[in-house]
Design a binder for this molecule. Structure first.
Ligand code: ZN
Ligand code: MG
Length: 460
């Protein structure tokens, strides 16, 4: 008998006898033992199921052991447990998951969080996008609000440090909403509206209106976003000299300086404007296109183009799904965080990556964690999502539990990946002097994933 076969024999024997320690010890020598079968195609899981050893079954499952294999009689481990009357094991196996690992996931979904970039102060009124008479009237209305962008950077005014409720109740606030979006009126933007290098998007109407009908019409205050290619600074200066307005760099961390209300509007406006600036021509045939439906569609101008028949994802603003996940250690007390070179010194955050075509969220989570850290992931649980307008991502926040713990960081993407204890995360969250790393900013969903896992709230 080869040494490998002998090891397998000892392993199967330990599983049959219910010797958890021996099962664990032998698995640590060789990870591939778990799903190997011996005589008559029986695996360790089947033998544990045959003899009613639920602790062995749990250990095997928590290491990612397959439940679907069959022996030479065509029975799965669950069939074996059922046949021999070990119903608790049959139930455990039939659930198809790793119940003990699932228990490590934070219980209960969060209340839908009012996260940065997610607040909606506008009703998008998509039914008005194709109503060109209504839109023209609103473009001329003195009530309407215009947000101006220059090359995707929003026009803002520095405030006198006035807070807008941002950072409230968060022990780890970053930034203080010292920057306000400029709300321009129709006369100020007329010259820009006539310029062919200006992109216009209808954003919606103000939600929180207790406005009575005004003489100008239906009482709905419309909001628009404009993006200019040419620098409009001179024009603005002429219109309102010395106003202290400037274009806020539309990237990290500049965009995190807005109030939650303004951030929500920018998330919508900047994503759609960014799409226009990058998709000027028809992706199907390369011809010119024209913007329609209040800036929510681009239509090819070449008669007979394939994009004109049926519904195509080339004609509408794109959204790119990204999974971002907090990986929990199988001991339930540590989590995996990584560092990119571009992060500020000391900062670690959740791993993340784009969902690929034809991929479910769970598969994307498992693939990205494996690629970036070499860690194998079992159960995955969705928590919440966040728009991230740089340029147009949807961050899908998940918790998941690791099946393996050895880290091999993919150095092209990640400078370093490490397990951190719950205490270390709490220290970072409250910015304790013992903190060994710094948290991602409170505006990022990674912050929420970490905070939710620790169960930390301001009242603790
Ligand atoms: Zn075309
Ligand atoms: Mg990646």
């Amino acid at each position: 008998m080869s040494a490998r076969d002998e090891l397998l024999q000892r392993f199967l024997d330990a599983a049959s006898r219910g010797d958890v320690e021996m099962v664990l010890a032998l698995m640590s020598q060789s990870g591939e033992l778990m799903d190997r079968s011996g005589e008559q195609g029986w695996t360790a899981l089947m033998l544990a199921a045959r003899n009613g050893h639920i602790h062995v079954a749990k250990v095997l499952l928590s290491h990612g052991c397959s439940t679907s294999g069959t022996n030479r009689s065509g029975q799965t481990a669950a069939d074996v447990a059922q046949f021999w009357g070990h119903r608790h094991i049959a139930r455990l196996l039939a659930s198809g998951h790793h119940p003990d690992l699932r228990q490590l996931l934070p219980s209960g979904a969060a209340d839908e969080p009012d996260t940065y970039f997610n607040r909606e102060i506008l009703d998008r009124k998509s039914d008005r996008r194709s109503d060109s008479d209504w839109l023209s009237a609103k473009l001329a209305s003195p009530e309407s609000v215009f947000l101006l962008f220059h090359q995707l950077n929003p026009l803002v005014r520095a405030g006198a440090g006035e807070g807008s409720g941002v950072g409230e109740g968060s022990g780890a606030g970053e930034g203080s909403a010292d920057t306000r979006l400029c709300r321009l009126r129709a006369p100020a933007v007329q010259p820009l509206l006539k310029d062919t290098h200006t992109t216009l998007v209808f954003l919606g109407v103000e939600k929180r209106e207790n406005r009575e009908n005004r003489e100008t019409g239906d009482g709905m205050q419309a909001w628009f976003a404009l993006d200019t290619e040419d620098d409009p600074t001179e024009l603005l200066e002429a219109e309102d000299p010395g106003s202290g307005r400037f274009f806020l760099p539309g990237a990290m961390p500049g965009l995190l300086r807005l109030s939650d209300d303004d951030a929500g509007v920018v998330a919508q406006a900047r994503s759609v404007l960014a799409w226009h600036s990058r998709y000027r021509f028809c992706p199907t045939c390369g011809s010119s296109t024209k913007a329609e439906e209040g800036g929510y569609k681009r239509t090819c101008l070449r008669a007979g183009c394939r994009s004109l028949q049926g519904v195509h994802n080339t004609c509408y603003p794109r959204v790119d799904p990204v999974v971002i996940m907090l990986v929990l250690h199988p001991d339930g007390n540590q989590c995996l965080l990584g560092r990119k070179k571009i992060f500020p010194p000391g900062m670690f955050s959740c791993l993340a990556g784009f969902v690929e075509p034809g991929e479910a969220l769970e598969a994307a989570v498992r693939r990205e964690v494996m690629e970036e850290s070499g860690v194998q992931v079992g159960p995955v649980q969705y928590l919440s999502s966040q728009a991230w307008p740089m340029p147009s991502c949807l961050m899908i926040g998940c918790h998941c539990v690791a099946l393996t713990t050895d880290i091999t960081a993919d150095e092209s993407e990640i400078e370093e990946a490490r397990w951190f204890t719950r205490q270390q995360v709490i220290d970072a969250l409250v910015k304790d002097k013992r903190a060994v790393f710094s948290m991602p900013p409170r505006q990022a969903i990674a912050h929420l994933l970490l905070k939710h896992w620790t169960g930390f709230n301001a009242n603790l």
